[in-house]
Design a protein around this ligand. Structure first.
Ligand SMILES: C[S@@+](CC[C@H](N)C(=O)[O-])C[C@H]1O[C@@H](n2cnc3c(N)ncnc32)[C@H](O)[C@@H]1O
Length: 197
């Protein structure tokens, strides 16, 4: 894991220039989550905070956002860019150990992050413990599963971080005690929405 954290620390400076941001598509994905003003949201594996302005727009000034990432360099970029938006907590640490200081979340969003989790079942169970009843766990990518896996395959460090088919991930979520309400495993995006039931 240290290896992967070092990897993200090292590429933090270039991340935003190598990552193309399709604002329209990201806005659509966040819209599909159905966040409401005032929601408390956890951005798991926030990286340089690509998702933060979109979440902020959805939850408004009454919302609270927590951005967690184990790469201090990635999260420092996020804070530099979006710290001024207000009501965003930046927490450096492994998501598997993360415990919020106050209360539970309405939604946990995993944007281009889920394949990096080694123990998927334990992650789903841990996120469930951080959600209120009826809260949402959303796994989403702004590219296809095939593209995610092709990108990872080219890197020695993340080559085993595979994104499984939507139906497979849905089965894991059901086993972990979620009700899956939407699965999109398409050519241009991947989106799974699950409710803590
Ligand atoms: C592919 S990047 C995505 C970043 C951002 N969400 C985006 O879409 O640009 C994955 C991020 O997850 C972080 N990460 C991977 N495993 C993690 C873990 N176990 N706990 C916290 N962060 C983790 C990495 O440091 C990295 O910043």
């Amino acid at each position: 894991m240290g290896n992967e954290r070092d990897f993200f620390d090292q590429i933090a400076g270039q991340w935003d220039s190598t990552r193309s941001v399709d604002a329209k598509k990201i806005a659509e994905l966040v819209e599909m989550v159905g966040l409401e003003p005032g929601c408390k949201v956890l951005d798991a594996g926030s990286g340089t905070g690509v998702l933060l302005p979109f979440i902020k727009k959805a939850v408004g000034s009454a919302g609270k956002i927590t951005a967690v990432d184990f790469s201090a360099n990635m999260l420092a970029k996020a804070e530099e860019k979006y710290g001024s938006l207000g009501d965003i907590s930046f927490a450096v640490g492994d998501i598997m150990e993360f415990v919020p200081e106050h209360g539970v979340f309405d939604a946990v969003l995993c944007f281009n992050f889920f394949p990096h989790i080694k123990d998927k079942q334990r992650f789903m169970t841990h996120m469930r413990s951080l959600l209120r009843e009826g809260g949402l766990l959303v796994i989403m990518h702004d590219i296809s599963r095939q593209q995610v896996n092709a990108i990872h395959q080219d890197s020695e460090v993340v080559k085993n971080d595979r994104l499984a088919p939507g139906e497979t991930v849905s089965g894991w979520l059901t086993t972990a005690g979620y009700q899956v309400t939407q699965i999109i495993d398409a050519e241009d995006r991947y989106f799974i929405k699950a409710i803590k039931s």
